[in-house]
Design a binder for this molecule. Structure first.
Ligand code: G3I
Length: 344
């Protein structure tokens, strides 16, 4: 705590623009047994030269998630016409750095093109559309995706299935079907269910456990569950509680990962909030490190310059470990400590 406070003070005073660290986030993560520490990115940002220089820094990032350009509206904007250029650009960048790729995402209620949401489908025709989409996209990236987020955000907060065109047309079996189509197209990719607000346990987490069991019972392959970890500062569960939740999933024989972490702050961010944010990020990392089968930790972009948060939560921001000027915040050292590294 004291360390964070003094760091925040130094940052505010401009005396320590780049907190020196003993190791980078990915170096610390892999040293302590995770597969990677990584970040999401998106195509518009790839023209920002200083941004890309840090994105390429494998001491911090051993993994990249494709933030938008593998979603359905980007990859199949009109039926059976596929567009991979933007997704390819992100995957190629990661491959050029030997960074693992989390591919994101195949079946989601959001960012669907109109031809999907307004189609007049039957169970059979929409199943065929979903199979074609998954098969073409996963085959295109075959061998290049360490993980695929196959189904994203299929649950409401109360644990019921979220309404979407797939649920209303096909029923809950769209989930195991999606996993089986993805497995057929790339047997080596780790296939994930990915959602937010699973981190507190309760009805939604229980329903996610049921999804894992349902996919397994259907005889389909599911390898992991992604905990998105989108939080407001001060609401992050303590690391022991989160570790218990994560373990309830690994007990089913799947791995887990923190997939989209950010911790938003009401603006302007106070020094106290930045210190709390550092502790919160540290608790998340510590929970993952403490669970056998928690394989990696990804933040949802690395800099406040490109966070989705201010656009969706007016008055909030500062959610990431680097500020808008690409300067490390106290959260960076919080993460590093949670990953067992040493902040200098
Ligand atoms: O592609 C259009 C572009 O043609 C248009 O000119 C522009 C005008 O606003 O919008 C562009 O679409 C935007 C899209 O990102 C691509 O940049 C959408 O408006 C915008 O809503 C969309 O936001 C994305 C959001 O998912 C959509 O729900 C965020 O960038 C992305 O970070 C966010 O990521 C999600 C994960 O996929 C799932 N979990 C939650 C996470 C945060 O919301």
């Amino acid at each position: 705590m004291l360390q964070f406070l003094s760091l925040a003070t130094a940052l505010a005073a401009g005396t320590l623009p780049h907190p020196a660290s003993a190791a980078g986030l990915n170096e610390a993560a892999t040293a302590i047994g995770l597969e990677y520490f990584g970040t999401a990115t998106d195509n518009p940002e790839l023209t920002d030269v200083p941004y890309v220089a840090q994105l390429n820094n494998t001491a911090d990032f051993g993994q990249i998630t494709v933030g938008n350009s593998q979603k359905w509206d980007a990859t199949e904007p009109t039926q059976n016409t596929f567009s991979f250029a933007d997704g390819d650009a992100v995957v190629s960048l990661a491959e050029g750095n030997d960074q693992l790729v989390r591919c994101h995402t195949l079946v989601w209620y959001n960012q669907l093109p109109n031809w999907v949401t307004s189609g007049n489908w039957t169970n059979a025709t929409l199943t065929a559309v979903m199979e074609n989409h998954i098969t073409k996209v996963v085959s295109h990236y075959k061998g290049r995706c360490h993980h695929w987020d196959v189904v994203n955000e299929a649950l409401n907060e109360d644990g019921t299935y979220r309404d979407n065109i797939f649920l209303s047309t096909i029923g809950p079996s769209y989930i195991p079907l999606a996993f089986s189509f993805a497995a057929a197209a790339d047997p080596d990719a780790k296939l994930y269910y990915n959602d937010y607000n699973l981190e507190y346990g309760g009805d939604k987490a229980t329903a996610a456990l049921d999804i894992v069991a349902a996919v397994q019972d259907a005889g389909a392959k599911i390898d992991g569950v992604g905990f998105q970890a989108h939080f407001e500062v001060g609401t992050v569960p303590d690391s022991a509680s989160l570790a218990t939740i994560l373990t309830s999933f690994t007990d089913l024989g799947v791995e887990v990962a923190i997939t989209e972490a950010d911790i938003r702050i009401e603006l302007p961010a106070t020094e106290e909030a930045l210190v709390q944010q550092a502790e919160d990020f540290g608790a998340l990392a510590e929970a993952c490190v403490g669970v056998e089968g928690c394989v990696g930790f990804t933040i949802w972009d690395y800099t406040d310059r490109y966070s989705w948060v201010p656009g969706v939560f007016p008055g909030f921001g500062a959610a990431l470990p680097w500020d808008e000027d690409l300067v490390e915040k106290p959260a960076y050292d919080g993460l590093l400590e949670g990953l067992g590294g040493e902040a200098e």
